[in-house]
Design a protein around this ligand. Sequence first.
Ligand code: TYM
Length: 337
Amino acid sequence: MIQKRVLSGVQPTGSIHIGNWLGAIRNWVDLQDTHDTFVCVVDLHAITVPHDPKKLANETLSTAAIYLACGMDPKKCSIFIQSEITAHSELCWILNCITPLNWMERMIQFKEKAIKQGDNVSIGLLDYPVLMAADILLYDSDLVPVGEDQKQHLELARDIAAQRINAKFAKKDHPILKVPQPLILKNGAKIMSLTDGTKKMSKSDQNENSRISLLDSPDLITKKIKKAKTDSEIGLEFNNPIRPEANNLLNIYSIISGKDPEDVAIECKNIGWGKFKPLFTEAMITALSPIQNKYNDLMNDPYELTNVLKEGKIKAEEVSQETLKKVKNALGFYKGS
Ligand code: TYM
């Protein structure tokens, strides 16, 4: 039976946090058992804001190690580095030329990130979602597992494939590109900041205490959770709109401890924050410890990791070149002899 194809990726910027894990990577791990899965480290996206060339390669390798440490299995999936597959940049250029500028100016993440960059906003930042569309469309992806913040980018990828490529250049009933579906699981799709339960946990937040990184030491995790914002109520509860911090921490606690939300609600109904925080801290340290151990093993001897990336590159190259060729043919490029 032909398996449906999955593609996703994370940027190698700063430290990967529990939002990236619970909103995205964790879902890839389940999908690889039943889907033809491709995951990449999107290093070309990482340079859409000012970056440090001394750190880029190492953070790229480290992000790939985190994929494996979180449970991605190279026997079941292909792991590769985006910039090693030149088809991504090439398809991005082609898509740039058929995507209306006003579609891009509507992108919420662009507007948010552009404000932070002031006068320094690059064309790359505006173009970020088109490169993401190229990533997805090159692999004929059926499903794209992401957090909620990527929903608009996924809609753009769908519109580009359906309205700008297939509708304009495909022969009737022979689409050139597959129109992908987002896969945004309700549980974990939006992990909020530890210091403000109304704000998304984010790599770019200036306040380090707002997020727990997958590689934080037990001491640092304990410190960050101690500082996490609380309220003055006794007993924690889900879904009370005036208690976003309680909802967020209970939600995270339920996922990382593997307990049903109903059981967590009962367990925490009558306990105060002072009792909950140590429970939460212990669950977090226990959940992250095997990931950190595996990560350290991989990074101490990166031979296995670099081999995984070489194999992933070969598979990615094969699939992506085929799609690129289809698009170039449909657009009428010279084919050579
Ligand atoms: P990045 O690196 O910003 O985020 C990686 C993934 O983590 C999810 N995420 C979250 N999920 C839940 N709660 C949060 N607080 C949280 N913060 C981040 C994101 O939704 C994402 O799934 N543009 C993508 C990278 C990308 C990509 C692609 C993804 C480039 N090309 C192709 C899928 C397919 C991004 O946001 O990266």
